[in-house]
Design a binder for this molecule. Structure first.
Ligand code: HEM
Length: 536
């Protein structure tokens, strides 16, 4: 019994979200496995050793914090919020570019708009790959999705599939009725709470809204049957915990070469993948059966088909296996759910602390909707400039993917006077860029006006033309979901502002709102956001 419990603890730590928890496992592990690792190192070929030495020399020229420890490198400096820790270290050691060692893995951290532009625009082709990770290899079927695929033929195919067929403007437009229906459901629930003068758990309601929308986009109108939406949400949450963790195997790759360790460290990822297999195989087969009966579907009607139909119809053209399809579908859940609902939640948390800004937003929304109309529709959104400014400001201060997804160099490349060798992990700190005091006035303040004032800052857009605002990344690996995310977030926030006034629960003051963040592949708020709606 005691043995089983220890196993659980170790497995949790192996996929630990916090670098602190990772240390708990790395230190004892290193003591046991160090002799084995040394044997592996001495066994490597002379040529490889010479190349490694030359790469290590190049990396050693990049500024780096002095307090590196044996084996764990700088892991002990990462704290609970690595993007905040990295920003602090960068100010001291390398404001533009810095090297940190996460366990055995040297990681280049880019923290200024100038170096971000060098990595994501000037040398985008060199840095467009992703490092391999044991967990994403398991969860994403050998990293054959779009997010984690290394750069190459398969990635280009997956990326084209996602941008051209799943997330294009026409597809996003065709999902409008689904969005309107889901928003109406939310308004109904919030309306009931308003009538009962009860608080609403905004975290829960916004999470369900986005999860249900992604479910519908992926598997159609009946995705909520048999509680499938809840199962999708549960599995997406487990994946997020695993993918966002500081996983031992990622930072001690030599360990990953040991079969026993690999089995042990990927056990939880294997378990969740089996559950995805069961769920997705069944839905894909149901779709394939229905599709076979509808051979005469008119080409144009494919537009409002869900993602599974789209993938099935493109299977031959793109040479997709069943596993490729599942990897891409899981990407849509993983990349599309937490990012959007957390932006909505952070926006509400900021607005409730600044009632004058919320009032200004409500006035704009209500002015733009004809009197007597039940809901804000997507036709009303283009004129709502303050709404867009509030969302940009939320993304600036709280980018949901603060370190983006790690990039990986394919070749040697000069950035800011330093040579980054091939096969180096490169992290762009979007959180640090959004709070860069050289580019933003009152960088830590929530001031949406900065995006409407006409002082130059309003030219910042979500398409990443400015490298001090990179919530969606830039270049070949830029988020392909910008359009989908924007309309999902804008329409919900506009409706929450249109239909209700918002108060804090009795006895709570604005300064009681806890904005503490929790790090994972996306950043979330630690505390639930409870707000009391009043029908406007
Ligand atoms: C507020 C919402 C969102 C934010 C802030 C966001 C942000 C990001 C960021 C920072 C990246 C990594 C860029 C890089 O590594 O250079 C990314 C990648 C990605 N996002 Fe989003 N995202 C959002 C919503 C969505 C949605 C709704 C979808 C799809 C349903 C989506 C799909 C993807 C995919 C597939 C990738 C991987 C792209 C690649 O590696 O080629 N995202 N996103």
């Amino acid at each position: 019994m005691a043995h089983a419990r220890l196993d659980e603890v170790l497995l949790e730590a192996a996929a630990a979200a916090s670098p602190r928890a990772l240390l708990l496992i790395v230190i004892p592990f290193s003591l046991v496995l160090l002799p084995l690792l040394l044997r592996k190192i001495t066994a490597s070929t002379k040529g490889a050793a010479a190349a490694a030495a030359s790469d290590a020399k190049l990396l050693s020229l990049i500024p780096s914090p002095a307090s590196k420890l044996p084996i764990i490198g700088h892991l002990h400096l990462m704290g609970d919020l690595p993007y905040v820790a990295m920003a602090g270290l960068a100010t001291k050691y390398g404001p533009d570019i810095m090297l940190i060692r996460l366990g055995a893995v040297p990681t280049v951290v880019v923290s200024s708009p100038r170096t971000a532009e060098a990595v994501l625009r000037t040398h985008d082709h060199v840095f467009a790959s992703r490092p391999r990770s044991m967990v994403s290899d398991v969860i994403m079927y050998g990293a054959t999705d779009s997010c984690f695929a290394p750069y190459g033929e398969h990635f280009r195919k997956a990326r084209k599939l996602v941008t051209v067929h799943l997330l294009n403007a026409m597809k996003v437009r065709s999902q409008r009725p689904a969005r309107e229906e889901e928003i109406r459901n939310v308004m109904g629930k919030v309306g009931e709470a308003a009538a009962a003068r009860e608080a609403v758990d905004m975290s829960e309601i916004l999470h369900s809204y986005v999860n249900d929308l992604v479910c519908r986009a992926v598997s159609g109108k009946f995705s909520q049957e048999e509680g499938r939406n809840k199962l999708f949400r549960e599995l997406t949450d487990i994946n997020a915990g695993l993918l966002g963790g500081f996983n031992v195997g990622d930072f001690f790759p030599s360990l990953g070469k040991l079969e026993l360790f690999r089995k042990w460290a990927s056990a939880k990822a294997m378990r969740v993948r089996k559950r995805w297999d069961l769920l997705l195989d069944k839905i894909i087969e149901d779709h394939a059966t229905k599709m076979a009966k509808l051979e005469d579907v008119v080409e144009g009607e494919q537009e409002d088909k869900d993602f599974i139909y789209v993938l099935l119809s493109l299977q031959q053209e793109y040479g997709l296996t069943r596993d490729h399809m599942k990897a891409i579908l899981i990407d849509m859940f993983e990349a599309g759910t937490d990012t959007s609902y957390m932006t909505l939640e952070f926006a509400m948390a900021e607005l409730i602390q600044k009632p004058h800004l919320m009032k200004k937003l409500q006035e704009e929304v209500r002015k733009n909707v004809p009197v007597g109309q039940e809901m804000v529709t997507e036709d009303h959104l283009p004129n709502m400039t303050y709404l867009k400014a509030v969302i940009k400001e939320t993304l600036r201060l709280h980018p949901p993917v603060p370190l983006m997804i790690p990039h990986f160099s394919l070749d040697a490349c000069d950035v800011d006077g330093y040579t980054i060798p091939p096969n180096t992990r490169v992290v762009v700190n979007a959180w640090a860029l959004g709070r860069h005091s050289g580019y933003w006035e009152n960088a830590n303040e929530f001031q949406p006006e900065r995006f409407v004032k006409g002082d130059g800052a309003n030219t910042v857009d979500l398409k990443a033309n400015e490298f001090h605002f990179l919530a969606f990344g830039s270049g070949r690996r830029m988020c392909p979901g910008v359009h989908s995310a924007s309309v999902t977030i804008e329409s919900m926030l506009a409706n929450l502002m249109y239909r209700f006034d918002w108060k804090l629960p009795a006895g709570m003051k604005e300064e009681d709102i806890d904005m503490t963040e929790v790090f994972g592949i996306t950043v979330s708020r630690k505390e639930k956001l409870l707000l009391v709606p009043e029908t406007a």
